[in-house]
Design a protein around this ligand. Structure first.
Ligand code: GLU
Length: 298
């Protein structure tokens, strides 16, 4: 790969097939990378086997290909990168920034208050697990005070990690790596300079900045694209039964994704090639609405 100044990526989890929301995220991150003369990597975030759908990873790749996305280099699979996550956790543990935790969900629920993304861990094991108990999960000790994400589309987003989130999990008690650690380790190791993804992940970004900071790594730029919702105002996801996109009428769906992102191709742009050519020449992040956006036909 070249020494591109801009390197973006798309990082789907194979816990379901692509839907209109993930397509628009892929389109936005792809066009932003290409319009800046950058590279665009593809990473399969297959970290959580119990939640994965058999065949979804291949289906996602085939669907992206059929839509005409062209990624740089080989697809990276998180399931093959556990050694990197382990090395990062060892560094954080050695520097005293990560600690083992023995608390069960039930114990946490009994003592904790709710924050922005589930319970705020009350710090029970911060100074060591109680006698006779062994920690299996690992958490990052977070600092108090405002963390600010300077998002290119959503503007300044503030969060006090200690108050709103608490010490969060890096390695789960069931032995699986947490998204918050793996995503940072991978983006840093792969040289990603700019992360363009869905705004549902904005709430995670201060945690990721804390991991960059704890590892002494430079953080990338962030741009969180609008979340798409169904007619009931729910974010499109597997949980809200968002329909998978089909490759049959890809051009119509690509046009719809571009329109949602504030880019309306001329009527005579009909084929995938025409649409991509027009979009690459006309893409401007300033045209993209911050959202959330309701899908017209859901
Ligand atoms: N794998 C995550 C998802 O599908 C996205 C991770 C990211 O873009 O940071 O929601």
């Amino acid at each position: 790969m070249s020494n591109a100044i801009y390197r973006g990526r798309f990082a789907p989890s194979p816990t379901g097939l692509l839907h209109a929301g993930s397509l628009s995220t892929a389109v936005g991150s792809y066009l932003e990378a290409r319009s800046r003369g950058g590279e665009w990597l593809l990473r399969m975030e297959d970290l959580d086997p119990p939640r994965e759908v058999p065949g979804a990873a291949d289906d996602i790749l085939r669907t992206l290909e059929a839509f005409g996305f062209e990624w740089d280099g080989e697809v990276a699979y998180q399931s093959r990168r556990h050694g990197l996550y382990r090395a990062a956790l060892e560094r954080l543990a050695a520097s005293g920034q990560a600690y083992a935790c023995c608390c069960t969900r039930k114990e946490i629920a009994a003592h904790a208050r709710r924050g922005l993304d589930g319970y705020v861990y009350p710090g029970t094991c911060r100074r060591g697990c109680p006698d006779g108990r062994e920690g299996r999960a690992w958490r990052l000790a977070v600092a108090e005070g405002d963390a600010v994400v300077d998002d290119r589309l959503q503007g300044a987003y503030r969060q006090d990690l200690a108050r709103d989130i608490g010490d969060f999990v890096l390695l789960r008690a069931d032995g699986f790596w947490a998204y918050q650690l793996a995503v940072v380790v991978d983006d840093a190791e792969q040289g990603v300079t700019d992360i363009v993804r869905g705004a549902d992940l904005l709430v995670s970004t201060p945690r990721q900045l804390a991991v960059y900071d704890a590892l002494g790594l430079p953080a990338p730029g962030y741009c969180h694209l609008p979340v798409l919702t169904n007619a009931a105002g729910e974010k499109l996801s597997k949980q809200t039964l968002a329909p998978a996109i089909s490759t049959r009428d890809a051009a119509r769906q690509l046009r719809a994704a571009l329109e949602l992102l504030g880019h309306v191709p001329p009527a005579d742009c009909e084929s995938l090639d025409d649409l991509w050519r027009w979009a690459a020449a006309n893409w401007l992040l300033s045209r993209v609405p911050a959202g959330p956006l309701q899908l017209p036909h859901s």
